[in-house]
Design a binder for this molecule. Structure first.
Ligand code: 13P
Length: 251
């Protein structure tokens, strides 16, 4: 079973509209002809402008978050329908920064996931343990709870529309990536759980991205692992040269 590699740049809270358009214009040229699926996730304010700038290219557009309701009195929130309306193909959900800084629980991520799927968006669901949890030997307890919490109860056809991202919290923005063996171990465990949840075809089809200090110099090694199907890239996605080098490493 060959799964097409999928590399997404999570720009987090970076880039004005003009900066975002400039970056994605460079990415258009540098990633043209890539074998991997490529996406960028700019901040909400730049989504529409980036959508115009990627028109006619293979670069997909993702939001970094959304609410679970369609509309209503939720000051400061953006609905899945609005994300879709801005031109997004998908949305990142349950990022550890959302879980840690904004109190997102497994239950909330599950609600957002269902709302995003109902809108026809391609969700990337993030999971990952903290350093404390890893050192206490609780990595799989935490990651499996997060995967089950978000995906549990969905049917096989729906599960196949989801991408997962394993992002160990201790590797995010620290320059300390998981080793390829550490990543592969958890990715293989997640794939086993996906088999339990949806059967073998689902487990074979779902892409599991690795995220956490992915850089041009470690991408090829991480992406060579059998269960590492792509990357969710933070800091290195803000530079066209670095991000396109990572995309090139995803074969
Ligand atoms: P860094 O690549 O900056 O470590 O961030 C990873 C991440 O959080 C992507 O979602």
């Amino acid at each position: 079973m060959t799964r097409r590699k999928f590399v997404c740049g999570n720009w987090k809270m970076h880039k004005t509209i003009a900066e975002a358009v400039q970056l994605v214009r460079e990415l258009r040229d540098k990633t043209a002809g890539a074998s991997a699926q490529v996406a960028v996730a700019p901040p909400f304010t730049a989504l529409s402008a980036v959508k115009q700038a990627v028109a006619g290219s293979a670069i997909q557009l993702f939001a970094q978050n959304c609410h679970f309701e369609k509309q209503g009195a939720f000051t400061g929130e953006v609905s899945p329908a609005m994300v879709k309306d801005a031109g997004c193909d998908g949305v990142i959900l349950g990022h550890s920064e959302r879980r840690q800084s904004f109190g997102e629980t497994d239950e909330l991520v599950a609600k957002k996931l269902r709302a995003a799927l109902a809108e026809g968006l391609h969700p990337i669901v993030c999971v990952g343990e903290t350093l404390q949890e890893r050192e206490a030997g609780r990595t799989w307890e935490v990651v499996s709870r997060q995967v089950r919490g978000a995906l549990g109860g969905l049917d096989a056809a729906t599960l196949q529309r989801i991408t997962l991202a394993y992002e160990p919290v201790w590797a995010i923005g620290t320059g300390r990536n998981a080793t390829s063996a550490q990543a592969q171990e958890v990715h293989a465990q997640i794939r086993g759980l996906l088999r339990d949840l949806g059967g073998q075809p689902v487990a074979n089809a779902i892409r599991i991205q690795y995220g956490g200090s992915v850089k041009p110099d470690n991408a090829a090694e991480l992406l060579s692992q059998p269960d590492v199907d792509g990357a969710l890239v933070g800091g290195a996605s803000l530079k066209a040269g670095d991000f396109s080098a990572i995309v090139s490493a995803a074969k």
